[in-house]
Design a protein around this ligand. Sequence first.
Ligand code: SF4
Ligand code: SF4
Length: 203
Amino acid sequence: MLRYLEKLQVLYFLEAQSENHYGEFDISFVEGSVSNREDEERILDIRRRSGMLVAIGACAISGGVQSAGNFEGIIKSEPIDAFVKVDYQLPGCPINKEILENFLKSILHGKSPYVPEYPVCLECKRRGAVCITVAKGEVCLGPITRAGCGAICPSFERGCYGCYGPVHKPNLESFLAYFPQAYQTIKLSANAYNKIYREKLWK
Ligand code: SF4
Ligand code: SF4
């Protein structure tokens, strides 16, 4: 990671450096959700200052676990794309180091960044893991969840609980008809308030 960061000028990263400059940015990577008026003003300001805005992690992309409170009828936490245009999303909770490295590498080579859009099942099969849905009948959100983690959970014989959020066009009708109990797993996940789930499940 450092070899890529050394080729970039990191202007503002409070957790990693003591000298910071809050000015104009070619690219801004934003973590965290929007929970109050101050957050909203900040993300609008960051968008104005940034050529490219990248949402990283389940909180920024979907609202995070704190968005579970939204289902009580009061909006408590929202993803940043509810307020500003987001150019790219790096999913995960936490995000994957290789995906971030590949993203930075593409930027440094002047290419369009690529972030996996296919489901976790593809990584699972590539890894040679036994399907726990087929073998044990256990719930696994792999078919509807974005790849990128390397299918960590199924490779340890545990069902995916969807921390990378939904794939672009999940076949939710078919998936939930097979696994109605997955509905609750999705609703309790850090990605429950993701736009795709909001539009298809909690209308
Ligand atoms: S274990 Fe999960 S991710 Fe792996 S193939 Fe089965 S459903 Fe897909
Ligand atoms: S398998 Fe699913 S829950 Fe586990 S790390 Fe990957 S996306 Fe997250």
